[in-house]
Design a protein around this ligand. Structure first.
Ligand code: HEC
Length: 213
């Protein structure tokens, strides 16, 4: 013990040994520094699906999917799609379906790549909001836009349609230029159905006002 060199700190007769930090500790320290940029890049570098927020959205979507049985099959008509555009949790499911299946052609935020830009007011195959669901289910342009009816749950088609409708007008920067015709704005969502059991009191009033994002 007394062999170890001493620092020249001494206070009230108490001296301090100059012991080196153990090798394992130093390597752990250096290792964690070396590891941190990799960790940061992986989780915070902007890659799709890795952030806590994305993970939460996916979990929420899975959870909502479990409720499909209870919800019954949604009909891909105007009112249903419009109503879904006012429900945040449902839009999130639509968003996850979109991120999983559609971004390769339509871009991460719907700005368009091989597929058309879905964030402007111009559409090729869509005149009314329910046409979105029809195009998604049946495809378009000789399968350049694939048909999803056999690959997605009917509710997923409705929810991804609502999501697609909701990103209209976001005009994502650097998006593909407009194709097709400019169409009229979506109609107002219909009032909530009486039969619906969801917690209507608090959530509804706020979400209903929200414009289709
Ligand atoms: C293989 C590439 C590809 C994939 C994957 C794809 N799309 Fe498309 N999509 C296209 C193309 C190309 C068009 C334009 C069709 C045309 O020219 O009429 C299109 C058109 C559309 C339209 C109609 C837009 C308009 O202007 O009429 C909608 C809505 C749409 N896609 C939604 C989706 C959704 C939702 C998904 C995922 C479930 C998806 N697409 C996946 C290529 C794709």
């Amino acid at each position: 013990m007394s062999e170890a060199p001493k620092t020249d700190h001494a206070y009230d007769g108490i001296e301090e040994f100059d012991n080196p930090l153990p090798g394992w500790w130093k390597w752990l320290f250096i290792g964690s520094i070396a590891f941190s940029p990799i960790y940061w890049m992986f989780y915070h570098g902007g890659a799709e699906g890795r952030s806590i927020q994305d993970g939460y959205d996916v979990a929420l979507a899975e959870n909502t999917r479990l409720q499909f049985a209870e919800m019954g099959e949604l009909v891909a008509d105007r009112d249903t799609i419009l109503r879904c555009t006012t429900k945040d949790n449902l839009l999130k499911v639509g968003k996850v379906v979109f991120k999983t299946n559609c971004i390769s052609c339509h871009g991460r935020d719907g700005e368009g790549k091989v597929g058309v830009n879905l964030t402007d007011n111009h559409y090729k195959n869509v005149r009314n909001i329910e046409d979105i669901a029809a195009v998604i289910a049946n495809g378009a342009a000789g399968n350049a836009m694939p048909a999803w009816a056999n690959r997605l749950h009917p509710n997923e088609v409705v929810l991804v349609s609502a999501y697609v409708a909701s990103i209209r007008g976001t005009f994502v920067e650097g998006g593909k230029s407009e194709e097709g015709k400019e169409i009229a704005p979506w109609p107002e969502p219909p009032p909530e159905e009486e039969a619906e059991e969801e917690s209507e009191d608090d959530s509804e009033k706020e979400t209903e006002k929200e414009p289709a994002q």
